[in-house]
Design a binder for this molecule. Structure first.
Ligand code: NI
Length: 484
């Protein structure tokens, strides 16, 4: 995709609201709409399509596998916005430490889980917004929360959301206005809980009309069953309360709102994904092994593709939808170079802890993004953490996805030493093995040349997962190994 060029490696972006918007999409209101009539979704924030932001990398922090607690954190890094990157990085590490303090790595099932993903409400050379979306599962239910950080390209400084305001007095006025608006709703909202506290006002952004959308986390201003509570404070009221940064962000949010929402690309409109040499190896007789790379695309995935190409080896990639949305060019390249691309859900939550509707949504969203990127529909999915349930299998069947886990792993998630990743992978390999690796881990990518050399020396051929099987893989079934 062609990207427009802006200072600091950022590009002006437009939104793919159908993929990343929160709430239902509205099609008819453009940014020039004066919006004086009733606004159908005043608290809806438009998000930019990360594929159109130059210099954007999605970083991943991961814990799982053999531990009794799951952590998957994804956060953006944007070239030229270092103060923002530092602020976002500090926040995700803070959340991880707090979660680890609150949970035990040795507790009983169900495993506690921390999941963080991100969206960009605004991304131009003048301003960038990063909205972190956190899901925390501590044994019974998911708790969801959001935090939004801002970068002002003019001052070259990063701010928490209250940096959009001119100071504490402005926050006092805003809190009073939000209390008034919330109290006018006939619901279980506790408007009195809305104190002028920057920690409570930690997730603010502008909608396409220039209104300030204030988001509260679950349980913050009323019963937890209310879910996300948000209020839109009209632009005319908010304008006098804004800082210079706030005014700039407000203008850009209005300018870059999409005229129309992009159509969703249905998975049925594209042919099923197939690696371009599938079927050329007979794994009944050859010594086959399937290298699988999870959680990307990440900052080192391009280098991994170079290595695989130079070695003439093919692999299977299980991509996270949110990462694929940021780097569709890498997904396209995987497919083009003969690798098989599978679905690893939208944001890497343990699907077995979600409702059927949310399982389907997570897989379908990733499916749409991957299909749009490569023009082929994935036929394989790897459930995050390898967690399969009856509901996960049913959703996969409905979407035409065979489930793939693994029978060998390089234990590379936290390994910093490439030699160690390589030797574990070598030790675990056996004919027909499906080997779990992670292309978001730099040491793994560094280890791949040694893995390819070593296994080839032992007579192995590298194939994609479907090639391990002489019969076609069935949607909804789980495959763990090609070993007989
Ligand atoms: Ni994973």
């Amino acid at each position: 995709m062609h990207k427009s060029r802006i200072i600091g490696g950022l590009a002006i972006v437009s939104a793919l609201a159908a993929l990343t918007g929160c709430g239902l999409a509205t099609a008819s209101h453009g940014p020039s709409d004066p919006g004086t009539s009733v606004r159908a979704e005043p608290t809806k924030i438009d998000f930019v399509d990360p594929a159109r932001v130059n210099g954007l990398a999605s970083q991943t922090l991961h814990e799982g596998g053999n531990g009794a607690r799951y952590v998957h954190i994804s956060y953006p890094e944007i070239t030229g916005a270092d103060p923002l990157n530092a602020m976002v990085r500090a926040e995700v590490h803070r959340q991880r430490r707090a979660f680890e303090k609150d949970t035990s790595p040795y507790g009983p099932a169900p495993r506690p889980e921390l999941n963080v993903d991100w969206q960009l409400p605004v991304a131009t050379d003048e301003a960038v917004g990063v909205r972190l979306r956190t899901g925390e599962f501590l044994g019974a239910n998911w708790g969801d929360s959001t935090r939004t950080y801002w970068y002002d390209g003019t001052t070259r400084r990063a701010y928490a959301s209250d940096g959009l305001l001119s100071g504490q007095k402005a926050l006092d006025t805003l809190a009073a206005e939000v209390r008034r608006l919330l109290a006018a709703r006939d619901s279980g909202i506790a408007a009195g809980d809305v104190d002028p506290d920057p920690d409570l006002f930690d997730s603010m952004a502008f909608n396409r009309y220039g209104d300030l959308v204030v988001e509260f986390d679950e349980c913050q201003v009323g019963a937890c069953s209310l879910g996300r509570v948000a209020e839109a404070v009209p632009g005319a009221e908010i304008e006098p309360l804004l800082s210079e940064t706030g005014r700039r962000v407000r203008r850009i949010a209005q300018e870059s709102a999409p005229e129309t929402t992009a159509p969703r690309i249905g998975p049925t409109h594209s042919p099923a994904a197939t690696s371009n040499r599938a079927g050329t190896v007979d794994c009944e007789t050859a010594k086959c092994v399937a290298l699988t790379f999870d959680d990307g695309p990440g900052p080192d995935t391009g280098r991994l593709l170079d290595t695989l190409r130079d070695a003439g080896a093919r692999a299977t990639f299980f991509a996270v939808g949110a990462n694929a949305a940021a780097r569709p060019d890498l997904v396209r390249r995987m497919a083009k170079e003969g690798h098989l691309v599978g679905n690893h859900s939208w944001a890497h939550r343990d699907l077995s802890k979600l409702s059927s509707a949310r399982i389907t949504d997570s897989l379908a969203r990733a499916q749409d993004t991957l299909t749009a990127a490569m023009g082929q529909r994935p036929t394989l999915a790897r459930p995050p953490y390898g967690a399969v349930s009856a509901d996960v299998a049913a959703a996969a069947r409905k979407l035409g996805l065979a489930l793939v886990t693994w029978d060998a792993e390089a234990q590379d998630r936290h390994e910093r030493d490439p030699a160690s990743v390589a030797s574990t992978a070598m030790r675990q390999a056996q004919p027909g093995a499906i080997i779990l690796l992670h292309d978001v881990n730099r040491a793994t990518v560094d280890a791949v040349p040694a893995i390819l050399d070593g296994l080839r020396g032992k007579g192995y051929t590298f194939v994609t997962v479907p090639e391990l099987y002489s019969r076609s893989m069935q949607a909804g079934s789980t495959y763990r190994s090609g070993a007989k």
